[in-house]
Design a protein around this ligand. Structure first.
Ligand code: NI
Length: 173
């Protein structure tokens, strides 16, 4: 497994619509393993392939909250939303591509997703709470949407300016 560098906003690669995966290959398996390792190392609860510069519809997540619960690493290839609840939920979201910036985003409280697993089979599951928020946040990444796109323009510009400065400081260091 290889830890992959995570792209920091603003970056044109984070704004693209990602391409579907044609079929599960060893390359896709390696990509998924690298993404999970990179996510746990960050640490984060989700990571989408475009965040490491791979323009494919793949994301990983593990929104297990209880510290003593076993991890539940999930890999979702070509995920689609089948259903969302009318009930909404507001979470303070963050993103590994927008370090140390947070904002409240309101999304459906529950979602049912359908995706291709690494086993080559179609999977379907209903997610709730943090899992549902995480899944929608990661699915957004596959469509070039960041959580700050759900915030006010003023807040989004403020965060973007901070990220431009962060990238400049990192490039100098
Ligand atoms: Ni994110």
């Amino acid at each position: 497994m290889t830890l992959r560098p995570i792209l920091i906003h603003p970056d044109p690669r984070l704004k693209k619509v990602a391409d579907p995966v044609a079929r599960i290959t060893p390359e896709v398996e390696t990509l998924a393993a690298d993404m999970l390792a990179t996510m746990y190392d960050a640490p984060g609860v989700g990571l989408a392939a475009p965040q490491i510069g791979v323009n494919l519809r793949v994301f990983v997540m593990d929104a297990t909250k209880e510290p003593d619960a076993p991890p539940r690493p999930m890999v979702l290839v070509n995920p689609e939303i089948d259903w969302v609840s009318e009930m909404l939920n507001t979470y303070e979201e963050g993103c590994l591509s927008i370090p140390e910036q947070y904002g409240e985003v309101t999304r459906p409280k529950q979602v049912r997703l359908r995706w291709l697993g690494l086993d080559g089979a179609q999977h379907s599951e209903e997610f709730d709470g943090l899992w549902a928020t995480c899944a929608q946040h990661e699915l957004d990444h596959l469509n070039g949407i960041l959580f700050i796109d759900h915030l006010s323009a003023i807040r989004r510009q403020m965060i973007t300016r901070k990220m431009v400065k962060l990238k400049r400081d990192r490039a100098r260091a």
